[in-house]
Design a protein around this ligand. Structure first.
Ligand SMILES: NC(=O)c1ccc[n+]([C@@H]2O[C@H](COP(=O)([O-])OP(=O)(O)OC[C@H]3O[C@@H](n4cnc5c(N)ncnc54)[C@H](OP(=O)(O)O)[C@@H]3O)[C@@H](O)[C@H]2O)c1
Length: 262
């Protein structure tokens, strides 16, 4: 089923935890290590742990880990300039890095939260995608996987900035798909519902009680559930484009439940 992924080169942002980490591990597992992974995030030590875990289980997996702060446009542009050879080998870009901070209503949102969420979740994703799609276009091949969220379709009180970054990712993905319609490049948007990761802890400044409560509303998805969706989408035959894939816990139908996170 995953034969088509063997030999591919995959770049995953936010691979130091949660969905990105699970995606890296699952790509390696389903290809039996016959894959090249480029893993980006800020925490180099965590990336090295992911690398070690995969290499221990599947030693033939090729893995490059690089620390980068994707909220910094200049750093992404520099990364692009110094990694052109690698970019020209990429088959799949998984734009996964992102976070939410706080649950303040409009009027009370710290400006630093506004800029940090927009810079990381949106500007970073746009900047990296612009660099990579040039090469995809030239080679007439490649998959762009954008991780948005149900929150972009169903924004909630206290989540204005996070939700708008996810709505914007949907818009960006739609336009990209239209612009690449006459090529073999596929634009895949994955919209997760509640997934148990470090996400809630990051949102609540490491407050583990608050973070745990988020995942007690109903049984959340695991990061592996989303990883499998990403891997399934990118392993479809070349004539199939999974344009949007929303994956929700069975007992989640909207983001209204997010009110319970406050
Ligand atoms: N969990 C959910 O319920 C849920 C639902 C819908 C969508 N999502 C989306 O899924 C994606 C992954 O989140 P997750 O749930 O897996 O959360 P997570 O466990 O907190 O992972 C977030 C990842 O993003 C990276 N990241 C954050 N800021 C970064 C920056 N400035 N530069 C580089 N990397 C950065 C983090 O790495 P470092 O800290 O090492 O930099 C980490 O690897 C996010 O886009 C999130 O919005 C999550």
């Amino acid at each position: 089923m995953f034969e088509s992924l063997k030999g591919k080169t995959v770049l995953i942002t936010g691979a130091s935890s949660g969905i990105g980490e699970a995606t890296a591990k699952t790509y390696a597992e389903v290809t039996n290590g016959e894959i090249s992974l480029i893993l980006l995030a800020r925490r180099f030590d965590k990336l090295k742990e992911v690398q070690k875990y995969i290499k221990t289980k599947l030693p033939n997996t090729k893995i490059v880990v690089q620390s980068i702060d994707l909220s910094q446009t200049d750093l992404i542009l520099q990364w692009g300039d110094s990694n052109q050879e690698l970019i020209n080998k990429l088959d799949i870009l998984v734009n996964n890095a992102g976070f939410a901070h706080g649950l303040k209503n409009i009027g009370d949102i710290p400006h630093s939260d506004v800029t940090n969420m927009i810079n990381t979740n949106l500007t970073g994703l746009i900047t990296l995608t612009q660099i990579v799609v040039k090469s995809f276009k030239f080679r007439n091949t490649g998959d762009v996987v954008n991780i948005s969220s149900i929150s972009g379709k169903d924004p909630y009180i206290g989540g204005a900035i996070y939700c708008l970054t996810k709505t914007a990712i949907s818009t960006f993905s739609d336009v990209l798909r239209k612009e690449f319609k006459d090529t073999n490049v596929r634009i895949i948007e994955i919209l997760p519902g509640l997934v148990q990761t470090e996400f809630a802890s990051v949102r609540h400044d490491g407050d583990s009680l608050k973070a745990e409560k988020v995942y007690q509303i109903y049984e959340p998805l695991s990061s592996k559930d989303i990883a499998e969706g990403i891997i399934w989408s990118t392993s479809r035959p070349p004539n199939v484009q999974v344009a949007e894939l929303m994956l929700l816990p069975t007992h989640q139908a909207s983001m209204r439940d997010a009110d319970m996170q406050r």
